[in-house]
Design a protein around this ligand. Structure first.
Ligand SMILES: Nc1ncnc2c1ncn2[C@@H]1O[C@H](COP(=O)(O)OP(=O)(O)OP(=O)(O)O)[C@@H](O)[C@H]1O
Ligand SMILES: [Mg+2]
Length: 489
């Protein structure tokens, strides 16, 4: 242990082995070594050693008399649970000479005078209980159980006590899933990390532009776990829960409106034919693009109201453009392309024109209210008439989407198509779609809550509604016999 002498500009951490009866795993060690990082999230598979990682991190400056740490669970019940983080701490420290446990205040006082406290924040307002108190170390165990406001409030209260030199640290752990899944994912999980986790690759950590660090935790990281036995018990869970808890997959959610097992895929080999894949991997149908009615839907965001909401901490909204091919004859829809951007109106117009040129849809839908209006008007004016489908007069190319209904009710036809396995998404095997991971995450997480991001889903929902409404007005080619097509399988 490093002695606390003098007032150095930056304190050396104690050896955790001095305070904790276990040796950190390689991943926990990496997590502990990030003492100069303000905000670190240890997240992923269940049983990866996350909670103990937090406890060890809390113990890193106990030889410093002024050191104060606080560890939160969401509710009192969570905190009081046997084998949960407070219980483990009590097993470690309660009866150690010189360490005092104050049951009323749920805190340990160490020989130096340093304190580790345990607390909960059942209600949003509980966050204010801790204002004015200065903690060098604030940690949240199971972060997805908290609201973003409960997390960031304490973050704002942490002030650096330079005279002591102890670094200010914010730490959190969580499995994927839970009410706060989305905000936690947005805050910490980079695209690179997400793609790596899906591919079963794990770097030691991922640093975001903001300086935040995500340390993925895996079952294999935990030397104290009988992994095979644990895997066996996880095998009783459904696919989504297992992906979340065993692999630490942040892209899927349990209670979503769009169940993952109803998702279907297509392959598209550049020959203008969609091969719809059945659940068993066989080809369900081969559908030529020419059999389809191609729609482009533009759903702009960034209105004054959207920005106002963002100011108040609500999730940001994005503009979305989708290209969907609908084969009405067979009742199938293929999501061909998605753009999801946060740009000002002129850039959105430029993007919409580019997507239009590339995909040549026969129908373009654009919201014609708020920010959508200038985009709608420009599209109406600039869309080259008759380029794609000569049957369609130019003036009908842009339809007004004036439904006032909310996004949840607007998604009902899409939900029906989806649950009947009639919506097909690009299979990763043959399509490099940079937008797919984002779209899949949004779709599988969505629970129809007011503050959940669903811009891409909404654009797809529009496509299904308008596809069904206008398909009759457009001619499509004859259905091709799948047997006459070359198989790519
Ligand atoms: N470094 C270690 N050495 C030995 N055993 C460990 C170590 N880290 C964790 N363990 C043991 O592994 C088990 C799981 O650890 P922990 O509770 O920290 O995991 P977790 O990731 O928080 O799990 P959960 O997702 O269920 O909350 C515990 O029984 C713990 O004692
Ligand atoms: Mg835990």
């Amino acid at each position: 242990m490093t002695a606390a002498t003098g007032t150095p500009s930056f304190a050396e951490p104690d050896d955790v082995e001095h305070w904790c009866p276990i040796t950190p795993s390689k991943r926990q060690r990496h997590f502990l070594d990030l003492t100069d990082r303000r905000e670190v999230f240890l997240g992923g598979a269940a049983g990866g050693g996350k909670s103990l990682g937090i406890l060890m991190a809390a113990s890193q400056y106990l030889s410093w008399p002024n050191y104060k740490a606080i560890i939160f669970r969401r509710t009192y019940t969570d905190l009081a649970q046997e084998d949960a983080i407070k219980d483990v701490a009590k097993q470690w420290w309660q009866h150690k000479p010189g360490i005092y446990w104050n049951e009323g205040q749920k805190k340990f006082i160490f020989p130096s005078g340093a304190v580790i406290r345990f607390a909960y924040m059942a209600h949003e307002a509980h966050k204010r209980r801790y204002q004015g108190t200065q903690y060098h170390f604030v940690a949240y165990d199971e972060l997805t159980q908290f609201s973003e406001g409960q997390y960031t409030y304490l973050f704002s209260r942490q002030r650096k006590l330079r005279d002591v030199g102890i670094p200010i640290r914010m730490r959190a752990t969580s499995n994927p899933g839970g009410d706060g899944h989305e905000w936690v994912k947005k805050r910490f999980i980079t695209k690179e990390a997400e793609a790596d986790l899906l591919a079963g690759k794990y770097k030691m950590s991922y640093t975001l532009d903001s300086g935040r660090v995500f340390v993925p935790s895996r079952l294999e990281d935990n030397p104290g776990l009988d992994i095979e036995d644990y895997r066996l018990s996880l095998s009783n869970l459904n696919d989504v829960e297992r992906a979340q808890l065993e692999q630490g997959d942040w892209t899927v959610s349990i209670a979503g409106i769009f169940p993952p097992d109803a998702m279907r895929y297509y392959q598209h080999g550049g020959d203008h034919i969609y091969r719809a894949i059945d659940i068993d991997g066989s080809t369900l149908a081969a559908v030529a693009e020419s059999e389809c009615f191609r729609l482009m839907m533009i759903d702009p965001a960034g209105t004054a109201r959207d920005r106002d909401r963002e100011e108040k901490g609500k999730p940001p909204s994005y503009s979305a453009i989708v290209i969907v091919d609908m084969c009405m004859e067979r009742g199938m829809a293929f999501l061909r392309h998605v753009e999801r951007v946060r740009v000002e109106a002129p850039d959105l117009i430029t993007l919409a024109k580019r997507v239009y040129r590339e995909y040549q849809p026969v129908l373009v839908g654009c919201e014609n209210t708020g920010l959508g209006l200038p985009i709608y008007q420009t599209m109406l004016r600039e869309m080259p008439p008759g380029v794609v489908i000569p049957l369609e007069p130019a003036s009908k190319k842009v339809k007004q989407l004036t439904e006032r209904s909310d996004k949840l009710s607007r998604s009902v036809p899409l939900q029906q198509w989806y649950k009947q396995n009639r919506v097909f998404f690009p299979s990763q095997a043959t399509n490099a779609c940079p937008w797919w991971s984002d779209f899949r995450g949004e779709l599988l997480h969505w629970r129809g809550l007011k503050d959940q991001t669903c811009d891409q889903i909404d654009a797809l929902a529009y496509a299904i509604i308008y596809g069904m409404r206008y398909a009759d007005e457009f001619e499509v080619a004859e259905i091709i016999d799948p047997a006459s097509m070359p198989s790519i399988f």
